[in-house]
Write a protein that binds this ligand. Sequence first.
Ligand code: PEP
Ligand code: MG
Length: 589
Amino acid sequence: MAERLHEGELIFRGIPASAGVCRGNILVLDRPRHDIQRRELADGEVARELDRFEEALAQTRLQLLDVQRKVIESLGAQEGSIFDAQLLVLEDPVLIEETTRLIRTQKVNVEHAFHTVVNRYLDALAHIQDEYLRERAADVRDVTARVLDNLLGRNQELDLRHLREPCIIIAHDLTPSQTAQMDRKNVLGFATDVGSTTSHTAIMARSLRIPAVVGLKDVSQRLRSGQFALLDGFNGVLIVNPTDQTLFEYGQLVRRQATLAEKLREVIPLPAVTLDNHRVPLLANVEQAADAQTVRESGAEGIGLFRTEYLFLNRDTPPDEEEQFEAYRQAAITLRPLPVVIRTLDLGGDKLLSTLAPPELNPFLGWRAIRFCLQQPDIFRAQLRAILRASAEGNVKIMYPMISGLDELKQANALLTRCKEELRAENKPFDDHIEIGAMIETPSAALIADVLAQHVGFFSIGTNDLIQYALAVDRMNEKIAHLYEPTHPAILRLIRATVDAAHARGIRVAVCGEMAGDPVLVPLLIGLGVDELSAAPPLIAPVKYLVRRMKISEARELTASALQSDSAADIAARFEAFARRAAPSLFEK
Ligand code: PEP
Ligand code: MG
């Protein structure tokens, strides 16, 4: 429920996803769900509706054939055959005959008839025990949504690249790829019904410095385009029709933030070293090569996580070796001699690419990251070769995501060795001693860290995933966001076990999940023995500001006592008090 504080002012509270305050008119995006109206047909209209049905089926068929052709060209016949199942749905006699019958007998519009039949059909599929048939439901849903879009004359893609004027976007949900292509000039901020702070949409918003609030429940249904609103990404609040008093108070918040920004600018060129002289290398997470310059300006000491999947999103065919080489090389050259840790493709989860991977029931537990790459050796090989070639031009390191067992690591390393041999034979330069790292983001990887440590030069803990997999809490689901607890005793133990195993083997451990950019949690991470941190560029200065005001000895003491605690809330409260004492200005929101 929204709160109504003053006449006309509506306040919606959600989850803060990206800092900053903005105000402006809102633009509510169409919900992907189809709101289908029922309309009675006059006698003469039936034939026309039947024609419209045929046209929509034919149009959908052409669209699917076009996508299929592009996939076959880029990936081969086997991948293209995924669309055969979807094309068959368009010829399904039950769907076609039943829809036609409803139009004729009940004299209703085609959208309504088709929607009714599809829903019955999906219902029936959901109750069938056969796994294959249940999986077909995804194809049916996909294709029939396309048919409805065509009937309703709707554009399937929301185009956030070309907005006519500045606005705050309100949507039920946004995908990471939609966020990545937002027109920065005209998107003042965004707010969504669903989502959480560690969804890739939220991560992208922070990188782009777009204020964002997620988890606002049904806000997209309650507002209409053109209403004036204020979005507070610090506190996770959307205020529609703000009063003069509210605008005045927010003016003060913005002024306080400007003063803090001034203080933060001063620490950018300084080293991240605690009061008792402990160095904490701070690196940056980026999503594209063009961010490399921002990394230098943020005061980071290199790139600790280059999320390469954004090179693959928002396009029909994957980038080839040359295109990837150019991107990695550009980052390596811009930053050399600073390190650039390039993570191999982490497609899957919430970063879906329908042309490469079909929809799954549990995408975060499915065909994701290294699992996908090992089964798509052509795609993986092109990326490994591109990274290796870029290593000749700067301080490049390679890192594999979502390792859950030793075999995956060995297979990836074997393919890397083959790529090196090929490049040697082709006389293409690369760094033969390129450092290899494994992400620790599954509980299994943390528990066998001693084994994995024998095959890599460093670890980087992906806490976003480690938390979701260890606590069985979907990182995207706002309904269980309260259970997503970075200070859960189980998480502390997994991080500690990873650090101990790595240090016993003499390799270092970074953290590149969102915990590393949270000033409250940084003392905990370094207290647990983490050697390096990597966070979005805008978070580097606040973390450095805090590190320079705290003592590692005190962080270690507090961590030792936290490891004895059985309460996530208690641990979080102790570290929050610690960070607030060390750097109160960071908390003036
Ligand atoms: C993580 O899981 O913490 C991580 C850094 O990877 P991503 O957020 O891209 O899944
Ligand atoms: Mg991850």
